[in-house]
Design a protein around this ligand. Structure first.
Ligand code: ADP
Length: 215
């Protein structure tokens, strides 16, 4: 699942993994989890993430390769937030080709103004991780999680300066990945994801994935 921060990758990846019964592999979640749980990552990684910069390629590549080796990924998986740099894309393509695994890259296309509005309105439940958006997906009760009633918070990396840095990192390091994948003849499908509700976007994605299975 490919797209800028705020394009809805996480939401769509979750819907798709539920539909297909395959794992959702989000490098952002994995990195946050590692930092929170065991502090096993060098402090610089947390600092970089909090300021909107990327974690080092070598670390992320190793983490993903390890995860892809788990038994639950043998029948397929949805990658969310990876690959995010050319070095990561090269590594992933080698991994896929080495095993004869076919991919489909779903590029969620969203205009810049919608991205900004979405990122600024994002709130998260600190207990269960559910994401909300004050504009497009508000909670039922003001600022409280629908699932557990916890008060919603702004994720550290959703503050305004950090949002700007994340978007810059996307333009500088991640957008070139899309061009690389297209040039390399990978299957890239663009999905309009700026105006419609998540369920409509998801229908489009399901159509693409169904074709992919038949191909
Ligand atoms: P978003 O897509 O909304 O930016 P993520 O949860 O995917 O949020 O990522 C949060 C942060 O985790 C990123 O800003 C970056 O610092 C780090 N991160 C996630 N995936 C990668 C990756 N593939 N390579 C390097 N850093 C990553």
């Amino acid at each position: 699942m490919f797209g800028s921060p705020g394009s809805g990758k996480g939401t769509q990846a979750k819907l798709l993994t539920r539909r297909l019964g395959i794992p959702h592999i989000s490098t952002g979640d994995m990195l946050r989890e590692r930092i929170r749980l065991d502090g096993e990552l060098p402090a610089e990684v947390g600092t970089a993430m909090h300021s909107g910069a990327l974690a080092p390629d070598q670390l992320v590549n190793r983490m993903v390769e390890d995860r892809l080796g788990w038994a639950d990924a043998a029948a397929g998986f949805v990658l969310d937030g990876y690959p995010r740099t050319l070095a990561q894309a090269g590594e992933l393509c080698r991994w896929l080709d080495g095993r004869g695994v076919r991919e489909v890259v779903i590029y969620l296309a969203v205009d810049y103004n919608s991205i900004i509005a979405r990122l600024m309105g994002r709130r998260q439940c600190p207990r269960c991780g559910t994401l909300y958006n004050l504009v497009s997906q508000p909670p039922k009760v003001d600022m409280r999680c629908d699932r557990d009633g916890e008060a919603l918070v702004v994720r550290d990396d959703d503050s305004e300066t950090v949002i700007r840095e994340r978007l810059e990192a996307y333009e500088r390091q991640t957008r070139p990945v899309l061009e690389f994948l297209c040039r390399a003849g990978r299957r890239v499908e663009e999905v309009a994801a700026g105006a419609d509700p998540p369920e409509r976007v998801f229908e489009r994605i399901c159509g693409i994935v169904a074709n992919h299975d038949r191909a």
